[in-house]
Every structure is written in C-alpha cells, then in structure tokens.
Design a protein around this ligand. Sequence first.
Ligand SMILES: [Zn+2]
Length: 231
Amino acid sequence: MTQITWLGHSTFELRFASGEVLILDPWIEGNPAYPKGYKINKADAIAISHAHFDHTNDVVPLSKEFEPKVIAIFETAAWLEKKGVKNTIGINKGGTIDLGFAKLTMTHALHSCSIKDGDNSLYGGEAAGYIITPKEGKPAYFAGDTTVFSDMALIHEVYEPELAFLPIGDHFTMGPHEAAYAARLLKVKRVIPMHYGTFPALTGTPEVLSQKLQRDGVEVWTLKQGQPVNW
Ligand SMILES: [Zn+2]
C-alpha cells in the first residue's frame, strides 16, 4: 500500500509501505494550489519530470533539508548539482533506477524542457515521465507535463501501470479531451488528475474527464490537496 498526498499542481508526496517518501515535482513556494501550512517532514527521494519552475522550484531547499536522492534527466540533474543539490542521479528515457523501496523508470513525454537561470534559458534535456514501481505493489505512471501520444499504448504493454497521474489543465499540457484518450491507450484502472486549476489558464476539470471516461470503466480519482489517500 502506498499513501499518496497531492500538494497541488503536479506536486505529490508518496509514502511507501516501508516508510520511505518520494516527492514528485516539488513546487511549494509561490504555488497557489499548495495546501496552506502543510509541512513535508521527510524526503528520501525527489523525482523531476522536467526543469520548468513549476516542477523544480523547491528541489534546492528540500535537498538542503533532507538530502534525498534527486532523479532527473541528465542535463537537468547536472544543472541541479551546480546549484548545490547533492545526490543527483541523472538518467534518461528507458533507464531504471532502483531506490530499494521503489524502482523509477524514465519514460517519454511531449513537452519542452528549459531551465530558467537568472535571465538565461538553459538547455534542460527533454521533458519526461516516470513509471513508479513500489517494492510492494503495482506500477503507477506519472506523466509529467505532456499531451497524449500513441506510444502510451507501448507504456501499457511494457509496464502495465494500473494508475496514471495525468495532467488535464489544458494550455501548457493536454486537457481532459486528450487525457481521456491517454487513459484508454494506457488501459489504466484509475487516473489521478493533476496540473489543473492552479492558474486561470488551466481550465480542464476532473468532472469533464469523468464524463469522457464514463463508458470506459476508468475511475477518475480526484484528490484534495493535503489529504492523503491509500493506494
Ligand atoms: Zn508544468
């Protein structure tokens, strides 16, 4: 059993049966959707889908506090190391890293990936997603920022995730229309919607996704920020 807590936007805290904590795409400071007063009190690993600020803003402070392993695509990991982040693990698509309590495999995503460093925009590698396979439990797919792509069918074939974290907000990622196609290609049982409602431009809603998946037997699992659920 894994405990999942949504912290707004694409930030999640995953607490595994063995007690270790994995943080996905940490954005706390300035995140309008972050649950007020919520304190992350443990981080054994952080996984980053891509370098945009809304997915990496709090990697440095969390790293200073907890010294977790930090997994990112090679170029973004190298940049974080320069910013003082210890224990970075730069990988690339298709690569798997075994954290002991879970395995992470980097997957494809259709999105951009630049690093904002002062006034400069640096090359951050490519945007990615992850298959997260807990030591005890079924694999889940964290899509990062992406639109639907037909190789999601291959992600189903190769990894068979039962749960998918999918962006649905539209504008910067896919909206509910595309996310419904993604869920069908992935053949998952449940979808946790993310990357919606944070800014006015992110108009996609879980309700619309639910309507679109009504006949497919896929459950849209809408989480409340800061309230853990068990998976
Ligand atoms: Zn984003």
